[in-house]
Each structure stands twice: as C-alpha cells, then as structure tokens.
Design a protein around this ligand. Structure first.
Ligand SMILES: Nc1ncnc2c1ncn2[C@@H]1O[C@H](COP(=O)(O)OP(=O)(O)O)[C@@H](O)[C@H]1O
Ligand SMILES: [Mg+2]
Length: 276
C-alpha cells in the first residue's frame, strides 16, 4: 500500500507537500510492453506518476505515446509488464472498471448521445458519476445539484454559450472541449490528455491550456499530457518523459529534458551525436 512502491528511475522531481490527510495516490507502470506482431510499440516502460505533478509525455510520431495511454486506460492489454494504481494491480482490469477506479481519459466523442444537447450530455455524465439512477418519482432534471455541477463544468471548458446546441453540430474545437467536459464530469483522480489541442484554431488553444492549468491547482490529481508543441509543454509540465521507439529514454525536469540531446534531435533536428 501507500506510495512505497520502488521508484524505478532516479532523478525525478519529488513533491513533498501533498494535501494533508490524503494518502498519496500512485500510478505506476512496470516493464510495460506491448507487441503488435513483431513490432514492440511500448517497450519495458517503467515509470511512476505522482499527485500534484503534470507529466508531459513527448516523443516523435509513432514513438508509442498513444499506445502507452491505451495500455494505462485499458483500451489495449499489455503483452507483459504491469500497471499499479492506487495500491492495486490493474493490469487485467477492463477499461470501464479502470474508469470507475478513477482513471480519466478524454476520448474522441464516441460515447456521446448525438441528438442531445451539449448540456444534456454533460448532465448525463454527471448523473452517471453521482450514481443517481433514473427515478420516476424524482426525475433527474429536478436535481439541482447535478444541474449546477454540469453547468459549472460547461463554464470551466468555455462551452456555456453552446449548451443548447446539439452535440454533433459543434465545431471541432468545441468537440474537444466537450470531450474534456465529459472526462471532468467523471471526477477522475488521473487526467489523461492526448494532444488536446490538436486541430484547434489558434484562439481555442488557450482555453484548453488554461483549463489544464486550473486542473493542476488541485494537488491531489495526477495529470498526464501527450503534447508535441514544446511551448505548451514548457508552460504546463512539472516533468517531462520522452518516449522513443517505444522506450522511455529521458525523464526529468522540463529544462533538463528539453536541453537533452535526444529532445534536441527529435524536435529540432539538431544532430548532437555525430558532431565529431
Ligand atoms: N493497434 C495497433 N496495431 C498495430 N500497430 C499499432 C497499433 N497501435 C499502434 N501501433 C503502432 O505502434 C507504434 C506507436 O504508435 P502510437 O502509440 O500511436 O505513437 P504516437 O502516439 O507516439 O505517435 C506505431 O508504429 C503504430 O503504427
Ligand atoms: Mg499519438
């Protein structure tokens, strides 16, 4: 139990001032591996994540970042290795049970009710999380607390003015915000964002970044962010890990990792190895 799991990598940032009273939450992958045929997409990745820390996961296209997320959230099963969350081994747990346990991931809007409004979709998600079931004697629409919670989430993701729009008619950027809203409604302990600003227009990007910045303020949360825009990473991350060909090749404070040869090569095309 607790956070006494062995830290597989040295040199990571340690936050000593967790919220008093809460047992520290932990998420850890140990030698996590998945093979697709002969291709090892995630290769022996051992890493632990702590509350109060936003970890950016970077690496070139095809490095295995999304696959790593799929393994953690349960969309894919590991070929070998394990995942520990909140004191238990969740390696063989289904994706829905992992969601229940508190692993939150923003998904392309697949579980959306397409003909319902933005607000109705968020309310249904809030209702699902609250465990309140439909009750003929007390229709959920009357439950002011659920409505207030849904409205607060809509405001947080800046979709308040879109609340009555049919979900499927949202612009691309607004759909991404709705994905985040649906994740927030589940009140997860771990927030996973996979390129949350991809395809967004310039003016929409700050809304999502501000939102992630605000989520960080609650130090009981673990936040994982896959992002290739280094300015975004620089402004939000407390820690950066680098995946390359499925392997974890760097892990540390943003300034150190950004300055490292592997990142300089992968992102800036600077050859630091063959300088002789
Ligand atoms: N379901 C799958 N079947 C076969 N190969 C896959 C599958 N998912 C991902 N891959 C491969 O695994 C590698 C890592 O992909 P991905 O995790 O999407 O990379 P990233 O998100 O870092 O760009 C790629 O070579 C990709 O083609
Ligand atoms: Mg990806």
């Amino acid at each position: 139990m607790l956070n006494s799991v062995p830290g597989p990598r040295a040199g990571h940032v340690h936050f000593g001032s967790h919220t008093a009273g809460d047992m520290a939450l932990t998420l850890e992958t140990r030698d996590l591996t998945i093979r697709f045929g002969g291709h090892v997409a995630v290769n022996c990745v051992s890493c632990s994540f702590r509350p109060g820390e936003l970890t950016a996961i970077v690496g070139p296209n095809g490095a295995g970042k999304t696959t790593y997320f799929n393994l953690i959230s349960g969309q894919l099963r590991a070929s070998s290795g394990s995942i520990l969350f909140d004191g238990r081994d969740i390696t063989s747990l289904s994706a829905p049970l992992r969601t229940r346990a508190g692993l939150g991931r923003a998904f392309q809007l697949t579980n959306l009710f397409p003909n319902l409004s933005v607000e109705e979709n968020v309310r249904l998600a809030v209702q699902a999380q609250s465990g309140v079931h439909y009750d003929l004697l007390r229709p959920w629409m009357a439950r002011r607390d659920l409505i207030a919670r849904a409205d607060a989430i809509l405001d947080q993701v800046a979709l308040g003015s879109r609340r009555n729009i049919t979900a499927t008619t949202l612009s691309h950027g607004d759909q991404r915000k709705l994905e985040v809203a649906l994740m927030m409604a589940l009140e997860p302990k771990v927030f996973m964002f996979d390129e949350p600003t991809a395809g967004m227009s310039i003016d929409e990007v700050p809304v999502v970044l501000d939102l992630i910045g605000k989520l960080k303020q609650d130090k009981s949360r673990i936040i994982l962010l896959v992002e290739h825009k280094m300015d975004v990473v620089r402004s939000l991350a407390d820690r950066i890990i680098v995946l390359h060909n499925g392997q974890l090749v760097a892990d540390g404070k943003p300034a150190e990792v950004i300055a490292s040869p592997i990142v300089q090569e992968a992102y800036l095309g600077v050859s630091t190895r063959s300088a002789a």
